[in-house]
Design a protein around this ligand. Structure first.
Ligand code: ADP
Ligand code: ZN
Ligand code: ZN
Length: 749
């Protein structure tokens, strides 16, 4: 081949295309699709790196003007062609520059030097003669080393120069004399904690439950018959989903294939690691954001070379370069952290399914509260639905009780701790059992609701809670972030006329004070952003509580996920409504998930647990379904709401965000965009265009932000609209404004 198409490693929309370069004679044969190369770029011909994404023998350009590739990057990792084509798919599907998409599929882009350990080994056979000569010359250091080597034969360099006190010079001189030998051993950086290490054969004594067994049987059967598909494992908290994952992975390994296990970063705890190591020993490894680049590089190298069968990690582990991928597991598949915050704003679930499909692998999505998206696809038959309704070893699910805070208020209790909760806390303190109190601070003071009837003030057009723009204690402005509708904050409830209306919110500190007032003898721990800002402080609090050094753990949503404390028998959710009215169409789903997870924390040991949900909206379907632990009931109502309001997954939604320093210019661009979309796509039907409006944070670092919401049933129409907008924007020549796209967003803007 004579020419290479290169994507330059600069993230800028204006150069988001390939550039053709000549392949010089001396590099022929070294350059392949995926190679990382050094190239001259721009007017000054400064040296840049780039990725080769195509090769050809022909060119449309004037051959005398085509520049040449300078060299192949020696430190760069090449993109594998499979991952390169996945990057192309990501770019098309979510919208980003090609270089951003390539960077996404390559979590590790630079080779890191191997971790080398040097040793000093015994070379001579004549130890006695050696000793005699060194004794005679009074060479004390040499004598020390030869005597130590006589016993151990080989000693790490660090010990020779350290403990034994032998200098490098002396070692060199001994090398010259032919008595010792310096050797090197390079090894992978090990990331498995020392205290979970074991051989990987002591897990298989667990007897599967009936539910688990029939699922594993079906998977094994599918593997034997070569059936590849996506499964949705819907199992209540504590039903033993991890055990199912492990058995399915075993089957895949038997077929000489490998598996990737995705879990939210926050759930990658010591317990999880231990669970997998018990089964897979040193054939499993881990990646997470805290690893050094050398550690990360080594784990991907081990996977590439087939030294491990299983890699566990958050979103980016999806791009592990396994040779023969057989299975991708995604635990807690409903988690928002699977969606990338930066362009390309890809969802790991969709990319996992795409990668699996390309490489002949299966996907297992697991959750106690599946995402609306996945459950819909499971009901339609696109995914195979597996259900586990029982907890392992027939442990009971926690009992749930709803406390109506309006009722509490009528009785004159203005405390955040209801009478029932207070009664139960006293009971648990008396028995030496532990309590978790959970307050979701997100949405703090940001919505307005009525303490008499429980209604939140909602947007008349979008059916989401209006967001309060606070003005101190005075009444502020309420705004809808979907459509921009705004109104003055009312001083009485629009629904019932009560004057007990306002923004409310409580922090963990306030709750702790209240607990100390009610139970002076109780030992408390607090876990929120303030108490966990230091490294490892999160872990310390968890361990302290686990050792029983406190009776009550008070925390934000971080205490809900992934921690098992056998002695916790009571979980209190202080204000379930805080997540319910987040000004976001996913509020209901998120609240249902949090309440279910919280309920999953109660009664993990042998004592059955209880959950108390405090709310001003006891009749809300989310609260009711969560209390009944009835996912199907939640799903049906929620799906109807989404469909009626044209939200995902019933419809698809694309957010177009424009950012710029000039407010007027921005408004003008948004208006033109709005008209353009309506003019070109309105006739396709099933389209709604909402906005332009201000996002919750309408200005960051003096850059204004505006959004447009486009909804359509067909995802591909949204992709077309994006392409059209991108094209139009490029041609418009507007400077100083950037445009971003987000498909089916997880969070409000
Ligand atoms: P989930 O992820 O579904 O919430 P886990 O995988 O954490 O549940 O399992 C809950 C507990 O049940 C774990 O301690 C696990 O070891 C245990 N467990 C799972 N399957 C079995 C089984 N078949 N028999 C006994 N204990 C089991
Ligand atoms: Zn009211
Ligand atoms: Zn609205």
């Amino acid at each position: 081949m004579l020419y290479a198409d290169v994507i330059v490693d600069i993230s800028h929309e204006a150069i988001d295309r390939t550039f053709q370069y000549q392949i010089p004679e001396d590099l022929k044969g070294q350059i392949e699709i995926g190679s990382q190369v050094n190239i001259p770029f721009g007017r000054g011909n400064s040296v840049r790196t780039g990725y080769v994404i195509g090769l050809s023998d022909k060119t449309e350009y004037d051959t005398s003007k085509i520049k040449s590739i300078l060299s192949v990057c020696t430190e760069g990792v090449a993109v594998e062609s499979r991952l390169l084509s996945l990057a192309l798919w990501i770019k098309e599907h979510y919208g980003s520059t090609m270089i951003n998409a390539i960077q996404t599929v390559m979590p590790v882009r630079k080779t890191v030097k191997a971790d080398v350990t040097r040793y000093v080994a015994l070379k001579t056979d004549d130890i006695d003669g050696c000793e005699y000569r060194y004794l005679k010359k009074n060479a004390k250091a040499k004598l020390r080393l030869i005597r130590a080597l006589a016993k151990e034969k080989i000693i790490p360099m660090s010990r020779v120069t350290g403990e034994l006190g032998v200098s490098y010079q002396t070692i060199h001189s001994m090398e010259d004399e032919g008595t010792v030998l310096v050797t090197e051993d390079s090894r992978y950086r090990d990331v498995t904690p020392e205290n979970v290490k074991c051989t990987g054969d002591n897990g298989s004594d667990v007897q599967l439950s009936e539910e688990q067994q029939s699922i594993v049987d079906e998977f094994v059967n599918d593997c034997d018959e070569g059936v590849r598909r996506t499964y949705l494992l819907h199992g209540v908290t504590g039903s033993g989903k991890t055990e199912v994952y492990v058995r399915c992975i075993q089957k895949v390994i038997q077929q000489h294939k490998q598996a990737i296990v995705l879990i939210p970063e926050i759930a990658l705890t010591y317990q999880t690691i231990r669970y997998f190591v018990r089964y897979f020993g040193d054939r499993v490894t881990f990646v997470n954001s805290r690893l050094s680049s050398g550690e990360k590089y080594d784990q991907f190298e081990r996977a590439r070379k087939g030294d491990v069968d299983v890699v566990i990690g958050p979103r980016s582990a999806l791009f592990t370069p396994f040779e023969n991928l057989g299975l991708i597991i995604m635990d807690e598949e409903h988690e928002g952290s699977y969606k990338s915050d930066n362009p390309p704003k890809y969802h790991a679930r969709e990319v996992a399914i795409e990668r699996a499909c390309r490489e002949g692998a299966s996907v297992i999505l697991g959750s106690a509260t599946p995402s609306m998206e996945s459950y819909k696809r499971a009901l339609s038959g696109e995914f195979r639905l597996w259900t586990m309704k029982k907890r392992a070893e027939d442990r009971p699910l926690a009992r749930t009780s709803i406390v109506d805070l309006r009722e509490e208020l009528r009785r004159g209790n203005r405390s955040i701790i209801s009478d029932e909760l207070s009664y139960d806390i006293a009971d648990r303190l008396g028995k030496g059992e532990q309590v978790m109190l959970f307050i979701n601070k997100r949405g703090y003071n940001s919505f307005v609701s009525c303490r008499s009837c429980g209604e939140a003030v909602k947007c008349p057009h979008c059916d989401v809670a209006m967001t309060r723009h606070a003005a101190g204690d005075k009444n502020g402005i309420l705004m809808c972030h979907y459509c921009g509708y705004s109104m003055a904050e009312p001083s009485s409830c629009p629904a019932c006329g009560s004057r007990l209306i306002g923004g409310y919110g409580v922090g963990t500190e306030k709750v702790e004070q209240e607990i100390h007032r009610l139970f002076p003898e109780a030992r408390t721990l607090r876990m929120d952003r303030d108490t966990t800002s230091k490294k490892n402080s999160h872990q310390h609090i968890v361990e302290k509580f686990g050792r029983g050094e406190a009776d009550i753990l008070i925390g934000t949503q971080m205490i809900v996920k992934g921690h098992d404390f056998a002695n916790v028998t009571l979980v209190g959710i202080l204000l379930a409504d805080l997540t319910l009215f987040n000004g976001d169409y996913r509020s209901g789903e998120r609240t249902f998930d949090l309440l279910t997870q919280a309920a999953g924390r109660a009664g993990r040991g042998n004592i059955p647990g209880k959950v108390i949900i405090q709310t001003y909206k006891p009749d809300n379907y989310v609260i009711k379904a969560a209390a009944a632990q009835d996912y199907e009931m939640f799903y049906e109502t929620e799906a109807a709401y989404r469909s009626f309001m044209r939200y995902p997954p019933e419809w698809n939604m694309m957010v177009i965000m424009a950012v710029g320093a000039e407010e007027e210019q921005l408004a003008n661009i948004m208006d033109r965009m709005y008209s353009l979309i309506r003019e070109k796509y309105m006739q396709t039907g099933h389209l709604s265009v909402i906005g332009p409006s201000e996002p919750a944070i309408s200005r960051i670092k003096d850059m204004y932000r505006r959004v447009l919401y486009i909804k359509h049933q067909d995802y591909m129409v949204l992709v077309k609209i994006r392409d059209c907008i991108e094209q139009w924007f490029k041609e418009s020549g507007e400077a100083g404004v950037s445009v971003f796209f987000d498909f089916n967003p997880m969070n409000m803007y």
